[in-house]
Design a binder for this molecule. Structure first.
Ligand SMILES: *Cc1c(COP(=O)(O)O)cnc(C)c1O
Length: 365
């Protein structure tokens, strides 16, 4: 048995998402690029790259990673590029998407031979959290004024819209795409490709995939554009667990169990969005609050039921721990960083990366 803590990426579970992604490409013509900001665990790119068309990125380092480790089409996007990054970004990507017309103009000569696009902010979104809402008031994420965008059309051949966020509701997606068509259609028809971004949970159970494909196809045909999707969470949802061990228990009016991990260090989004971790449902009557081992008082994974009282040494598996976790892990409290393991399609488990004290030291100076 591997030593905890470790993230376990299960390729057979990943495959269920990837097959849906391939289905969408086949039935809609839309290509899918993995959003590396959500998941950049390159040990499983061998499998993912067979079902997806490439990657999209948020920075120079991500675009390089996609180019070197994933292959296929490599889209570069960043909220803002620095002068000393731009040449390398262009050298390692097939398309560069600028966040503003200002950046497009600033890097006009360096990028003149590249395929260029612009991020457009339709000012509608699905996020329930202001912190994750690209259409929040005064958002810096993309140009929003059709008249201003029109002035840049001779420099670009595509737009990127990213306004969905954890959106599992097809009708809402459809409604927002219609708004985009109505507001920007006269500009879209002059483009040759459109990325609709990420945040569409089309790999989830019960999602009307055929309606989704038909809608994408209609959009693509109406405007004569190649459609791209940029799934992050949807590509890897439910593929990964965080495996931990109980180190101690105590009773403080509630039964508590402290594990060899930390939400702040290893599943930071739970803390940011004040959500509970997920565990496979258990009807057992022993309820425990699962706590992290950092000194943050609120380092709590949540409360769950178990078949028997937890004791030190018990293992616990935290579900759906693939997205926005490994890419955000940190060395807070010097907590041991989880290893990364992969469950191959034949069921064998392979430890692909371990982190130690040297990594902790090397991260600072
Ligand atoms: C975050 C992001 C994605 C991926 O979003 P998910 O919700 O993980 O699917 C895709 N494209 C852009 C531009 C993003 O900012």
């Amino acid at each position: 048995m591997l030593k905890t803590p470790y993230y376990l990426v299960d390729k057979s579970k990943l495959l269920q998402n990837l097959e849906k992604i391939a289905y969408v490409r086949e039935h809609s013509g839309a290509k899918s690029l993995l959003a590396l900001k959500c998941f950049a665990t390159w040990s499983v790119f061998d499998l993912m790259s067979q079902y997806m068309d490439g990657t999209t990125s948020s920075s120079l380092y991500e675009v390089k990673l996609g180019y070197q480790k994933f292959g296929g089409e490599t889209h570069a996007y960043s909220v803002a590029y620095a002068d000393d990054e731009i040449d390398e970004v262009i050298a390692t990507s097939d398309k560069i998407i600028f966040n503003t017309i200002n950046q497009l103009e600033r890097f006009d000569s360096q990028s003149a031979n590249a395929i260029r696009g612009l991020r457009v902010n339709p000012l509608v979104s699905t996020s329930e959290f202001i912190i994750a809402d690209p259409a929040r008031p005064y958002s810096r994420l993309g140009e929003w004024d059709p008249a201003r965008i029109e002035t840049a059309l001779d420099k670009i051949s595509g737009f990127m819209f990213h306004n969905n966020c954890e959106n599992a509701d097809f009708d809402r997606f459809d409604e927002m795409l219609t708004l985009i068509e109505n507001k920007f259609g006269h500009l879209i028809e002059k483009m040759s490709w459109i990325s609709l971004g990420g945040g569409i949970h089309f790999t989830g159970e019960g999602y009307p995939l055929d309606k989704f494909c038909a809608r994408l196809k209609l959009f693509s045909e109406r405007f004569g554009v190649q459609v791209y999707l940029e799934p992050g969470e949807a590509a890897i949802t439910k593929s990964t667990t965080l495996e931990v061990t109980v180190l101690d228990t105590l009773y403080n009016g509630k039964h508590l169990a402290i594990v060899d991990s930390s939400i702040e260090a290893h599943m930071l989004d739970l803390l940011i969005y004040r959500e509970d971790a997920r565990m496979s449902p258990c009807e057992g009557e022993h309820r425990f609050q699962i706590c992290g081992k950092s000194c943050l008082a609120g380092d709590i994974f949540g409360e769950f039921n178990f078949d028997k009282p937890l004791v030190a040494g018990d293992r616990i598996s935290i579900e759906d721990a693939g997205g926005y976790t490994m890419v955000k892990k940190n060395w807070f409290n010097g907590v041991k960083m989880p290893s990364i393991a992969v469950k191959q399609l034949d069921g064998s488990v392979e430890l692909v990366r371990e982190f130690g004290y040297e990594d902790f030291v090397g991260n600072l100076s």
